[in-house]
Design a protein around this ligand. Structure first.
Ligand code: PLP
Length: 450
């Protein structure tokens, strides 16, 4: 698109005057007006192009303006734009069937929501109804959404100002080998000790009071923490032993991000409930949901499920979801993600870790990676403190600004850069974006104590 500074000023003025933004002090932000998007790139009104290495909020798995998704929404809007959830609808049923076909084990029913937070709300509600218990365990270093129970489940600073909105939540520490809470020296030890810790929390909280354990299959915003071998299997076993419902939050990692329909498929684990949103239709129309095992679904065969939403299974959203399945299958998206992850991203990131003293660790799976930055490779002191903002966060802000100047929109959280481009990114763009990050890391190196 051509630069249009009048439009830029207009969009900015309306936004600043009337739009109230998420998670922000309203006077301290300066949202960038966006004119257009195509594939892995979006443009501001000044004509600057940005390669999107964050897939917006790690939801734009098929990129901007994918012609198949746009056409499916058009066609559905022309046919039947909306229908209430208590009626049956063709695209809603087809999408539920296709999700059930790729979900592991006996998970074969879907309750649709508007997004990820409400998917987690309803998953917890199902677990509570089925077990007759109230308490839920969730991980520190997690994000589960902004609504009452979902923010209580969340194990990051976004919870602090919002508690206690659901008082029946307790947190535990998950595996994080680079900064092991358990003084582990191998991934086997990390698995064993993290599971022993979780078992202790279950015992101390009272196994018979716990309805569910919820965890992200790969922790997303809080660090791209890939669980070490055996960890998720151990959680499954612990839940089985105590009659606890295992909820896998796959809002960020489901639908291809790590090269599988669901990340649990990579680990060969079958949870009782899986929550999803984001990648199910790349966010073209808001959609999330809960995939439900037969055991839990059958509880509600004769007992009414106490929950619902006007837009549950909205046809426009579901049509975009069905089109997502067609594109994934036709274009081999899962295979592509696995290939690009192993062949392009991982070796380049490992080379950056060798070259840049500020890179403490790189880790990830598929097209989902973290570059963890440190001030001191020996002590692993983070480049910026936990939850840093303002001047404390300046080193990360400088790295991010360098990326943006070079035409790359990065995902930055605390002392990490994440690599999470659309799954349709071209190999050339992927390499170009990684090269931009490589150069920006020189700035981080400047903060490393020599
Ligand atoms: N769960 C995870 C793992 C997420 O990453 C997010 C959003 O980033 C959510 C839940 C909440 O989803 P939503 O913002 O659609 O409510």
């Amino acid at each position: 698109p051509l630069p249009d500074l009048d439009a830029d000023a207009r969009v900015r003025a309306d936004d600043r005057a009337h739009v109230f933004h998420s998670w922000s002090a309203q006077a301290l932000i300066d949202p960038l007006p966006i004119a257009a998007g195509e594939g892995s790139t979006f443009w501001d009104y000044a004509g600057n192009a940005y390669l999107d290495f964050s897939s917006q909020l790690v939801n734009l798995n098929l990129g901007h303006q994918h012609p198949d998704l746009v056409a499916a929404i058009h066609a559905q809007a022309g046919r039947l734009a909306t229908i209430q959830p208590s009626m049956a609808n063709d695209v809603r049923g087809e999408l539920a069937r296709r999700i059930a076909e790729v979900a592991p084990g006996d998970l074969d029913k879907v309750f649709f929501t508007n997004g990820g937070a409400d998917a987690n709300e309803y998953a917890v509600r199902m677990a509570r109804a089925v077990t007759g218990r109230r308490k839920v365990l969730s991980m520190y270093r997690s994000y589960h959404g902004g609504t009452a129970t979902a923010i209580s489940l969340t194990g990051d600073p976004r919870r602090w100002a919002n508690e206690p909105s659901d008082g029946s939540v307790a947190h535990f520490l998950g595996p994080y080998a680079y900064r092991s809470s358990f003084h582990a020296e191998s991934s086997e030890q990390e698995t064993e000790r993290a599971l022993a810790h979780l078992e202790q929390v279950v015992t101390l909280e009272g196994a018979g009071t716990i309805a569910a354990i919820i965890l992200e299959s790969v922790v997303g915003t809080n660090g791209v923490l890939v669980p070490p071998p055996g960890y998720l299997e151990g959680v499954r076993e612990l839940c089985d032993r105590h009659g606890i419902v295992y909820i896998a939050d796959e809002v960020m990692v489901g639908f291809g991000r790590v090269g599988e329909w669901f990340a649990v498929n990579h680990f060969g684990v079958v949870p009782d409930l899986i929550t999803f949103a984001k990648g199910v239709n790349s966010g073209y129309v808001p959609l999330g949901g809960v995939v439900i095992s037969q055991r839990i679904a059958s509880h509600f065969d004769t007992v009414a499920f106490q929950g619902g939403l006007t837009y549950s299974g909205h046809p426009l959203a579901c049509a975009a979801g069905v089109a997502t399945f067609e594109v994934f299958e036709r274009d081999g998206i899962l295979e592509r993600v696995r290939d690009l992850g192993v062949r392009v991203v991982e070796p380049r990131l490992r080379a950056m870790a060798e070259r840049h003293p500020s890179v403490g660790e790189v880790r990830g799976l598929g097209l989902f990676w973290a570059i963890e930055l440190v001030r001191d490779p020996a002590s692993r002191e983070p480049l910026v403190p936990f939850n840093a903002s303002g001047p404390d966060a300046a080193p990360m802000a400088a790295v991010a600004a360098a990326c943006k100047r070079a035409g790359l929109w990065p995902f930055v959280h605390f002392n990490r850069l994440h690599v999470a481009p659309p799954l349709v990114i071209s190999e050339d763009d992927l390499v170009r974006g990684l090269d931009v990050i490589d150069r920006a890391l020189d700035i981080a190196d400047g903060y490393v104590a020599s």
